[in-house]
Ligand binder design. Structure first.
Ligand code: ADP
Length: 290
């Protein structure tokens, strides 16, 4: 399900004294099956953009096409509901929205509301418990008796229970420890690959954007100012700095190393593993010349 934004503009509290422009002339294409990272400083418009991708906000200007559905400022309820069925959104700290007595009931809540038969909703809940790496006995436990990382997985299962074809993640690892962060990011990557889920990640982590995404979109002052593959975007350190954004640690290390030694690595090292490989090539060549 491709998503195409054309000249999207959005004004909060439009036509009131508090009117505030949050998006301006945003153009972007998110191809079906892709993994897109959206980066940008606080206040650059990332959350506002996300809310347009699943029909929670309608553009004040321009259009958002999600699969066959086109949303403009005139679009009415039914189309927005269709979009919400296909596009799941995991908000920051999603575990704050858990409320049922058991994990199973919590995961089933959304599908039951969408008139999915109870047995189907239950079997999907059990599949998801397994898919998300939770022990089977959590089904009958209270979500509030679980660890923070497990609660977050249950909340994510609640979003996946709708079988979305697009999954939007707004800072999904906020507040987790480094190990929990890595596990959750690996989980989303696995879902992206195995379930062919179109994935859209808003993150402050340049490392996660570089490691997992195949396209990066940079927001600044409500505009989409730069986009491309991680190599293309993170190869432009000076431009990113002008938007108050950095590059992944491995890329910064590579830049410092290249400057200090006067050597060039073969390609941009988006991850520590790539950096080690590229440095090994250069060091072996240098050893061979000795
Ligand atoms: P980000 O997610 O990148 O931090 P946001 O999309 O939250 O950016 O915000 C974009 C701009 O819109 C900011 O200037 C912000 O202050 C403003 N904004 C966000 N939400 C509201 C709102 N509900 N009412 C008025 N202005 C808002």
């Amino acid at each position: 399900m491709d998503i195409v934004l054309q000249q999207v503009g959005y004004l909060y509290a439009k036509d009131s004294p508090f009117e505030k422009r949050a998006l301006e002339e945003v153009n972007a294409t998110i191809p079906s099956g892709s993994y897109t990272a959206i980066i940008g400083h606080t206040g650059s418009g990332k959350s506002t953009l996300l809310l347009h991708l699943n029909g929670l906000l309608k553009p004040s200007e321009g259009s958002v096409r999600v699969g066959p559905t086109v949303i403009t400022s005139d679009t009415k309820g039914k189309s927005l509901k269709d979009v919400r069925k296909h596009v799941g959104i995991v908000f920051q700290f999603p575990e704050h929205q858990l409320f049922e007595e058991t994990v199973e009931k919590d995961i089933m809540f959304g599908p039951l509301n969408f008139d999915i038969p109870e047995e189907e909703a239950r079997s999907r809940a059990h599949e998801l418990i397994k898919l998300l790496g939770l022990p089977p006995d959590v089904a009958q436990k209270s979500p509030f008796d679980l660890s923070g990382g497990q609660m977050r997985r249950v909340a994510i299962a609640g979003v996946l229970a709708f079988n979305p074809s697009v999954l939007i993640l707004d800072e999904p690892t906020a507040g987790l420890d480094p190990r929990g962060r890595k596990e959750i990011m690996e989980l989303f990557h696995r879902l992206h690959v195995e379930e062919n889920l179109t994935t859209i990640l808003v993150t402050h982590s340049m490392e996660d954007a570089a490691r997992y995404a195949d396209q990066v979109l940079v927001m600044h002052d409500g505009r989409s100012v730069l986009s491309g593959t991680p190599e293309e975007v993170f190869g432009q350190a000076e431009e990113l700095a002008s938007y108050r954004l950095g590059v992944p640690r491995s890329v910064q290390f590579q830049r410092d190393f290249e400057k200090l030694t006067g050597t060039q690595l073969g390609r941009l090292a988006l991850t520590e593993e790539q950096l080690a490989k590229e440095m090994a090539v250069v060091l072996k060549e240098a050893g061979g010349r000795r």
